[in-house]
Ligand binder design. Structure first.
Ligand SMILES: [Zn+2]
Length: 233
């Protein structure tokens, strides 16, 4: 989706709707659906409608909204979707919960419909989406590794939007936007951590990306060699 941040500055922002089972669905695919991130405020109506167009089977249900971090462009449609899908809950890192549940930041989501996780915690769909702490951009930023497609959705830990000039729309790999990042050192370590999943991941999907195909993890490695390698130079 396109997020018009200001006049002449359109930033893409992605959400991902995935089925809650493997790619081999056979004759009886699962009816559980998971959403990763939930758009900016102007996307709410369109996003709710688009999800409704995919979840057309009477058994289809949106089970979880998995939030990479609490910023407004990733959380806006969550309240409307929780209202529409009574079984749905939000999955978020424990350290991010105050920002979206306790009024410290943008949205107030009900405590009883929010599940908090840390690295290694088990949750219902961990065979499909692996929860990985990648804090730095925000205190509780997280990534979600989609096991069936060997891809990882990293929120704003990595971006692929144009930097010079910003409006050129030529994809360009970068770290998170510095002015909205709370701890730059941790944010760089988060990229190191994402690269440690190289054996399980082919494609990195930033939430802000002018390419719809994501980035091959080798290109992320070329952009950001882990600090242990850098120290050899
Ligand atoms: Zn963002």
């Amino acid at each position: 989706m396109i997020w018009p941040v200001s006049r002449g500055l359109d930033v893409p922002v992605a959400t991902f709707l995935v089925r809650g089972d493997s790619l081999e669905q056979g004759a009886d695919p699962a009816h559980d659906w998971l959403l990763v991130d939930s758009g900016a405020p102007m996307h709410v109506e369109g996003l709710v409608e688009a999800i409704g167009q995919v979840l057309t089977h009477e058994k289809d249900s949106l089970r979880y909204i998995c939030i990479t971090h609490g910023h407004l462009d990733h959380t806006a449609a969550a309240p409307a979707l929780l209202e529409k899908y009574p079984e749905c809950k939000v999955v978020i890192h424990e350290d991010e919960k105050p920002f979206i549940c306790e009024g410290l930041s943008f949205r107030t989501l009900p405590h009883d419909r929010t599940i908090t996780l840390r690295d290694g915690d088990q949750w219902e769909f961990e065979h499909v989406l692996k929860f990985i702490e990648t804090h730095g951009h925000t205190p509780g930023s997280a990534s979600f590794l989609h096991i069936p497609t060997r891809s990882i959705m990293v929120g704003d830990a990595i971006m692929n939007i144009a930097s010079v000039p910003f409006w050129s729309r030529i994809p360009c790999i970068s770290g998170p936007l510095a002015m909205s990042t709370c701890h730059w050192g941790n944010a760089m370590q988060a990229i190191d951590k994402i690269l440690t999943y190289k054996d399980e991941v082919d494609t990195v999907f930033p939430a802000h990306d002018y390419s719809e195909d994501g980035i091959h993890i080798d290109k992320v490695h070329d952009f950001h060699r882990p600090s242990t390698l850098q120290s050899k130079h």
